[in-house]
Write a protein that binds this ligand. Structure first.
Ligand code: SF4
Length: 339
């Protein structure tokens, strides 16, 4: 029987993608060292889906989002957008693709130019990409249309970012990205800087826009509770590598990786008697300049054995569409159970 994902159109595909950042230090033998932000990441994002990417801060989620958009140059591997290899095409040839591949940034305070009005902020990219030739009524009407879709009133077009609340500024950031009619949008911690009550408004807006504009999202967050409500599929990253990937429901209810299970156990729940204990991970996230041998998670994993310290676990499909890299994934379900 054919895998149902095989019939879907692929928006973005990563094949063994690596992004290293050089650091000043050297090894004893004089070799240059680098931060391995992404170290061989492969997955597909299907058209029309929301792919949630989750992991602690420093796991490589943000560099991955930026590298996919070629805002950072990849070190190795391949990035395909709608089947086209865009890994090494010159930046001038990326320019037409910039309208189709957009980003919504984490910090609505610093991502908007304080000296520009909302109309100028949204209009600037439209002019730069020659979607409109000049400022005027036609451009203004289009900007007002986009603002309305994003829940911003007409009178706001002449106001400056400092005159808005955090949630409204994030709506402006979203309007700026969506004005270009993108197909694929990286939402990089798009609600993390906002109060919880505002977060849900922005998440609802992102959901509505995805439906109306037929968008594909890569939704990056350190917060699994946010990711699990918005995503169709979820990828879990640890120290530059993908450790689990599957349908949102499967990853949530039948986590295969101890790290995913630990992240989930930290999510507050209102379910009475959920029967789960919080899984406390040992120590801090190790350096990704010299990551641990074998399984990179072994220094913190409650299930780690000698094999984990020695051998890199294989990436395997345990159930259809549900992948994990763990030697002892069948024991993960025993974690966090109250005794
Ligand atoms: Fe833990 Fe070993 Fe699985 Fe790594 S391979 S997650 S150390 S049990």
């Amino acid at each position: 029987m054919a895998n149902k994902n095989e019939e879907r159109k692929v928006a973005v595909e990563l094949v063994d993608l690596k992004k290293y950042f050089p650091v000043k230090s050297q090894t004893l033998f004089g070799e240059a060292e680098s931060v391995k932000a992404n170290d061989g990441v492969s997955f597909k994002i299907y058209e029309g889906e929301t792919f949630g990417l989750v992991g602690e801060s420093g796991c490589g989620k943000t560099p991955l989002g930026r590298t996919i958009l070629r805002l950072e140059e990849p070190t190795d591997g391949h990035i395909y957008f709608e089947g086209r290899d865009i890994t090494r095409i010159p930046q001038r040839r990326m320019r037409p693709l910039r309208t189709q591949m957009q980003i919504i940034f984490q910090d609505p305070y610093s991502s908007l130019d304080p000296k520009q009005t909302v109309g100028q902020i949204i209009g600037e990219a439209l002019l730069a990409h020659k979607m409109y030739k000049k400022r005027g009524d036609e451009l203004e009407n289009y900007i007002l249309d986009v603002m309305e879709k994003c829940g911003l009133d007409d009178y706001m077009i002449h106001r400056y970012p400092h005159q808005f609340s955090g949630g409204q500024r994030q709506r402006i950031g979203i309007a700026r990205s969506l004005a270009l009619n993108p197909k694929f949008v990286v939402c990089d911690e798009a609600v993390s800087a906002l109060d919880v009550s505002i977060q849900s408004q922005i998440l609802n807006l992102l959901r509505k826009l995805k439906r109306e504009e037929n968008l594909t999202y890569l939704f990056i967050s350190h917060d699994l509770s946010v990711v699990k409500h918005l995503s169709d599929r979820i990828g879990v990253m640890y120290l530059g590598e993908m450790v689990e990937l599957g349908g949102a429901e499967e990853v949530h209810k039948k986590s295969l990786h101890p790290y995913t299970k630990a992240l989930l156990s930290a999510v507050p729940t209102t379910e009475a008697g959920s029967g789960k204990d919080k899984i406390i991970l040992k120590g801090d996230i190790p350096s990704n300049v010299r990551p641990p041998s074998g399984c990179r998670f072994h220094t913190r994993c409650p299930l780690a054995t000698e094999k984990c310290r020695q051998e890199i676990p294989k990436w395997e499909e345990v159930e259809e569409g549900h992948f994990v890299a763990c030697h002892h994934h069948e024991q993960t379900k025993t974690l966090g159970k109250k005794t």
